[in-house]
Design a protein. Structure first.
Length: 184
């Protein structure tokens, strides 16, 4: 949302005018800014905690010419999201890998793909696109690896519960992750 959209939405929800709401929100921003610069922490419930922290002086190399550089110490912003915001975002994000059966399926897929890499490195699929659809990745792997891929597929399907397979095909996912853009 842009600032004007925030002002308009807050004005709509409170029944105040856009001008009055804009002045109030700008005053809020000014108060928070001044408090953080002065070294205070500001907690905005259900949203964020703002503060500052000291970053020590350090030595580094220039990206342009590799010369050594020194940076002075300085204050930098510190932002920590509130638990309510983290929980709200987690609620709309599928977290399949938190479940033990999904972890087991992912580990099995990593082991099977690793075995294919070890024993059939010369036949790995070369044409996997960076953003290939799962069906395309499966087809490319089956075409390049033939019976070795089918054996890995059978092992994965036999060892993984159907509900996990329906949620995410870890074998294809891991193969795509490892082999997309692999040098040919």
């Amino acid at each position: 949302m842009r600032w004007r959209e925030v002002v308009s939405e807050v004005a709509r929800r409170t029944g105040a005018s856009d001008a009055e709401t804009g002045r109030t929100l700008q005053a809020f921003v000014d108060v928070v800014y001044e408090a953080v610069v002065a070294g205070e922490e500001v907690r905005i419930p259900r949203l964020i905690q703002l503060g500052r922290r000291w970053r020590e002086p350090r030595k580094l190399r220039s990206v342009k010419d590799s010369r050594r550089m020194a940076l002075d110490g300085r204050f930098v912003p510190r932002l920590r999201s509130a638990g309510a915001l983290r929980d709200g975002l987690a609620a709309i994000t599928p977290q399949l890998l938190r479940e033990p059966e999904h972890q087991a399926a992912w580990r099995l897929a990593c082991a099977l793909v690793g075995d294919l890499e070890l024993y059939h490195a010369d036949r790995l699929p070369q044409e996997l696109a960076d953003q290939g659809a799962p069906g395309e990745v499966e087809q490319a792997c089956a075409q390049a690896l033939g019976p070795a891929w089918q054996s890995a597929r059978d092992t994965f399907d036999r060892s993984t519960p159907p509900g996990v397979q329906a949620a995410r095909d870890y074998l294809v996912h891991v193969a795509h992750e490892r082999w997309a853009g692999a040098p040919g």
